[in-house]
Design a protein around this ligand. Structure first.
Ligand SMILES: [Mg+2]
Length: 143
């Protein structure tokens, strides 16, 4: 695992200090439809998941209430964050909208999390069967 840089730590502290509701959203498999699966950190081959850009624009337009944080493994790799930004612009976000988003490597502390690889914990732990049978909606496994 990568050591956190000063910049990473600053970014996390800045996010935690906001009084807005932090809406954390995974990139691959949520915004990016991930139909092709993982290729490399700078290659984002697929279209947005249906409704993703519209939803993101809606949440960003409510910037007085929400702070959008997009997280994903790509942020950890050289050029990955830049590729994510370029992809979001290509698919309809404006530069102004993009400037409101924070990009982080790992899930931040947040009120709300949107991810393709989780089960919402409601006090009951998953069984082995549930773990083994779990598949994200797009059916692509990384490992
Ligand atoms: Mg994902």
């Amino acid at each position: 695992m990568k050591d956190l840089s000063i910049r990473d730590v600053r970014e996390s502290i800045t996010i935690m200090r906001t009084e807005k509701i932090i809406v954390a959203c995974d990139f691959d498999g949520v915004l990016h439809s991930f139909i092709s699966g993982w290729t490399n950190p700078r290659d984002i081959p697929d279209l947005p998941t249906e409704g993703a850009i519209e939803w993101l624009k809606h949440i960003l337009a409510m910037g007085h209430l929400y702070q959008v944080v997009i997280f994903g493994a790509r942020v950890y790799h050289w050029g990955g964050k830049k590729a994510m930004k370029k992809w979001l612009l290509k698919h309809g976000l404006t530069k102004e909208e993009l400037s409101k988003i924070r990009f982080v490597y790992q899930k931040p502390g947040c009120r709300f999390l949107l991810d393709d690889r989780v089960i919402c914990f409601r006090g009951t732990f998953p069984s082995d069967i549930e773990i083994l049978n779990f598949r994200p909606w797009h059916g692509k496994d990384i490992w």
